[in-house]
Design a protein around this ligand. Structure first.
Ligand code: IMP
Length: 351
């Protein structure tokens, strides 16, 4: 947060490429002749909202913060108080809405007085509550200059895989500009990752831990198995190489269908374990989808065992569904959603 008089605005021009243009606009405009409304200075990158109103008591106001825009709040006439608090000290009471570019908060904060001719700059990490009464309610005129910022990337995460299909699935669920996702290839990691455990948990940890400890990157890895009840949980952790080290998906499917011949119990489940390692701590997430093994392969989509897995409540196999349909119910999507929820609600909230 910055508080200063417009005369000193030049001191802050280096902070953003559009500040100079914005301050010039504030200095060269006679706002006494400007009606309330929105005025573009440089399209949607830099615009002003001119407003006249009566200052209000705290009880009727809300704490807010933006992500896409910095606010430069300039008092044309009158004096008001504005409360301010750092983002990490506040509790979110209404999650961020991209359409309105704000989230709402509650918590403690400090109050500043902003008289005529002064401006306050609120960056995306400054939760603020403007328009407050100073001594007694009065009429004020204010310009809020909105200055677009690139949304800050708060977390760089490596996904320990080169599987493009999985990456696409994960990007669709993640969909948060604050988290930048990189593949092994993008991080220049070319070696094969170790994966020789007897459990999904160990394998996921082993891959993520390799990237974390050898390359120093926050990283997550997944491991998935198809667990078939009538086969005592096989192929499980060995799903990828069920029909041998060099097995293709169709060879695995063929072997499984053979093993299932004559079995009446066709119950099975896909189970995904994600191991996320950051700041020397492992976080684990699990996603399960129950279903049955089809009599024969059906559908062209997906990969692996998709053509023979019918999720509960469905008549089609995963391979007969679109990626979006599968994403809504898949084991990996469930595990990813848990990880994303953790990152957004627990981790980034305090970043
Ligand atoms: P991974 O641990 O994700 O590489 O999965 C091990 C094996 O499980 C893969 O080689 C596939 O055969 C199978 N598998 C994993 N996820 C899926 C899925 O979403 N659909 C079908 N098969 C899968």
């Amino acid at each position: 947060m910055i508080l200063d008089h417009l005369h000193n605005a030049h001191l802050y021009e280096a902070l953003h490429p559009l500040f100079a243009k914005g301050f010039e606009y504030l200095k060269n405009t006679d706002f006494s002749k400007v009606e309330n409304g929105k005025y573009e200075v440089q399209g949607e990158d830099l615009f002003a909202i001119v407003n006249s109103y009566e200052t209000e008591p705290r009880e009727v106001r809300k704490w807010e913060a933006h992500r896409k825009y910095i606010d430069v709040q300039y008092m044309v006439s009158g004096t008001e108080e504005m409360a301010v608090a750092p983002l990490h000290s506040m509790k979110t009471i209404q999650p961020y809405q991209a359409e309105n570019d704000y989230a709402l908060f509650e918590g403690p904060g400090e109050t500043i007085t902003v008289p005529t001719g002064f401006f306050a700059i609120f960056f995306p990490t400054d939760v603020h509550m403007p328009n407050l009464i100073h001594r007694e309610a009065c009429q004020v005129k204010k310009v809020v200059l909105k200055v677009r910022v690139e949304e800050a990337v708060l977390l760089k995460l490596c996904f320990a895989s080169n599987n493009k299909y999985k990456l696409e699935e994960i990007r669709r669920v993640l969909n948060d500009p604050r988290i930048a996702l990189y593949t092994l290839e993008e991080m220049g990691i070319r070696e094969d990752l170790p994966e020789n455990g007897n459990t999904l948990e160990y394998n996921a940890w082993q891959k993520a831990n390799h990237v974390y400890s050898m390359h120093g990157l926050a990283c997550f890895a997944d491991d998935t198995g198809l667990e078939v009840e009538a086969l005592d949980g096989a192929p499980g952790v060995y799903s990828a190489r069920y029909a041998g080290e060099q097995a293709t998906s169709s060879m695995n499917v063929e072997k499984l269908l053979k093993a299932m011949q004559g079995k009446t119990n066709r119950n099975a489940r896909f189970r995904t374990v994600i191991s996320l390692i950051m700041n020397a701590t492992e976080y684990r997430f699990e996603g399960i989808v129950n279903g049955t093994i089809a009599e024969k392969p059906k559908g062209e989509g997906g990969f692996g065992y998709d053509p023979i897995f019918i999720p509960e409540g469905e008549t089609r196999t995963f391979a007969e569904m679109s990626l979006d349909e599968k994403n809504k119910m898949s084991h990996r999507a469930k595990a990813i959603e848990k990880m994303v929820r953790f990152l957004k609600e627990d981790y980034l909230q305090n970043a």
